[in-house]
Structures are given as C-alpha cells and as structure tokens.
Design a protein around this ligand. Sequence first.
Ligand code: NAD
Length: 355
Amino acid sequence: MDAPRFAYQPLPVRVVFGAGVLGELPAEVAALGAARALVLSTPGRRAGAERVAALLGDRAAGVHAGAVMHVPAEAAAAACRAAGAAAADALVPFGGGSAVGLAKAVAKETGLPIAAVPTTYAGSEMTPVWGITEGGVKRTGRDRRVLARTVLYDPSLTLGLPPAVSAASAMNAMAHAVEALYAPDASPVISLMAEEAVRALAGALPEVVRDPGGLPARTRALYGAWLCGTCLGATAMGLHHRLCHILGGSLNLPHAETHAVLLPHALAYNAPAAPDAARALRRALGRDDPARALWDLSGSLGLPRSLAGLGADPAHLDGVVARALAGGFANPRPVEEAGLRALLGRAWQGRPPDA
Ligand code: NAD
C-alpha cells in the first residue's frame, strides 16, 4: 500500500487458542458473569454438546441440539424458547457456522452473551453478522449484540472433522481473507491477517487431508481460520460472496463447496483490479498466479471444482447473472456481463480460471 488511508475498528472478542483450551470453558463462562449457559449444537453433534455441558457442571443450563444450516426462522424461535425455559444467561455454541448462527439468532433477540467453541473453519464466531432464513430467503445483517464475547479455539476438537468437510470449510474461510484484501474498508492490519491466514491454511490443508488426526496441521489450520473469521468481521465482501449467496440461496447448493468452486474464478476476475491483494496472495501462496494456485489446491484436496458437479442446473445461469449485475456490493473491478458470464461458465464446467 503506497499511501495508506484507512479506518480500523477492532472488535472486542476475547480469543483463547490452543489444544486443550476447552478445559477453560467453565472459567471463561464465569468471567462473563454467567451461571446458566445453554449449549447449542446440530443434532449430529449432540453427544459432544452433552460432554461440554458436563464440563460446565453447575454452570450448564442444558443442551439444545436444534441447529440447522442457514438458521431457519423456526429453529431460531425454538432455540429462543429453549433458552427462556432453561433460564439461560449465556449461550455456548459448540460446532460450526450452524451452531454459532443459531446462538447469534438467540442473542439478537435476548442479548445473551456468547462464549463460542467452534469446531469447523467457517469463522462466524468472529463476526457480528447474523443470518436467518424464512420462506427460502436468507436475511443477514450486522448487530454488535450477536458478536461472541469469548471464543475458545481448541484444535483437538477438529480432529474428527472429516477431510472433505475440513477442506471445503477451509476454502470457505480462505474466501473471507481473499476478499478482505481488496475490500473497500481494508486496512493494513486486516491485510496482514488475511495474508497470514491464506499462508497458514494453504500450508496446513494438504497435511490435514492426508492425516486428519494430526494435531500440528490442525492447529495451524484453525489458526488460519481464526484470522479468516477476523477478516470477515472487519470488511465488506465483494463479488465472490455475492455469487455464493445467490447460488446457495436460489439453487440450494452446499455452502462451503460452492465457495471452494467459485473462489479461484472470482479471484481471477478481480486480481487485475486489485494489485496489492494479488501481491499479498502471491507471497502467501508462493505462486505467480494465485487464482490458478487456489484451483490447483482445491484439486489436490479432492474438492469439487465445478458447479455442475454440485448439481447446479445451467438453466439458472441467466438468473444468476441478472442478480449479480443488480449490484448492491462493492467490488474492485466493475461487474460486467461478458466477464461475469465467462467466469461463471468456467466455474460451471470446472475449467481452470486461466483457461
Ligand atoms: P456446519 O456448522 O453446518 O457444520 C457442517 C457439519 O459438520 C455439521 O453437520 C456439523 O454438525 C458437523 N461438524 C461440525 N464440527 C464437527 C467436528 N469437529 N467433527 C465432526 N463433525 C463436525 O457448517 P459450517 O461450514 O461450519 O458453517 C456454514 C454455515 O455458517 C452457513 O450457514 C454459513 O452461512 C454460516 N456462516 C456464517 C458466517 C457469519 O459471519 N455469519 C460466517 C461463515 C459461515
């Protein structure tokens, strides 16, 4: 950055990081002044959530295992009722973006503080962004009430995350860092975090997929994911996130995998208009063409690389283009139809971003 001009507002989240820090949860909940924490999880993670509640002992108000991807309004309402019935005075989401998203939906209504225990790389725990889905439409917004007060990142909790889910979740995280680098509200501090995040994740992921139970690579990946979440919380996202939102919502595509497919293509589109970001990514990835490097990384991790492979019907292409052209987001390169169609065409067919 030649002549920096920026605003930077750090968000007041306490982060406790390291293998075994889950053991500090009771003290962290007590430090919030809470005595009855409700543990939230997806149904599939109930057993883990029960263990977290047992660890909290007297400070647990129970477990509500009703988290669902994209926070349906009914799930949010049920969790609010559960928090009220349990007289909860804090929320402990245990899991990925679905559990954290549910806690945010409850916090938005009740103001209850959140001590989050993330077990994927999605990064929602570091942002004041909430989302609730009603009638097939996901509304999102920013509200400081939903920002976690404390986040405990314990990489040992990620050892059981399946390799394919880990890889997709991490590429979703990396998208936050990539778009933070060229965001209109980027700052030198966030750019440092973003570059370090991409370096950490890209370095760790091949090892995570090869040996999912290996703690050192898992630790490095979760460290990168924390940084990515911080980037997401601090900046406005661009074309890549807009396309993922459109595709995820209207075509019901899997969230993290859609990010993984689109990221190299969105970056290839934007890189010429974002030279500082491209330079940072070249350093982080150790390659001259960062978009191609991400596409190669996805392939080596065994991730899907085409929207068609995710089940996206090409008949929807025109609709996606029209919605993206409607704008409503900042992007370093103006979004124009021919370029957008070329980008989406390559992503749909699974061609490399430079093909
Ligand atoms: P997720 O929370 O649905 O988790 C994916 C699956 O993995 C779930 O079935 C979950 O139970 C399981 N799982 C979680 N941790 C596990 C572990 N350690 N071992 C084994 N299984 C585990 O998905 P996600 O990718 O973490 O989050 C995606 C959601 O988060 C989307 O709804 C997305 O919109 C949202 N999100 C929100 C923000 C924000 O700032 N608001 C940021 C990123 C993502």
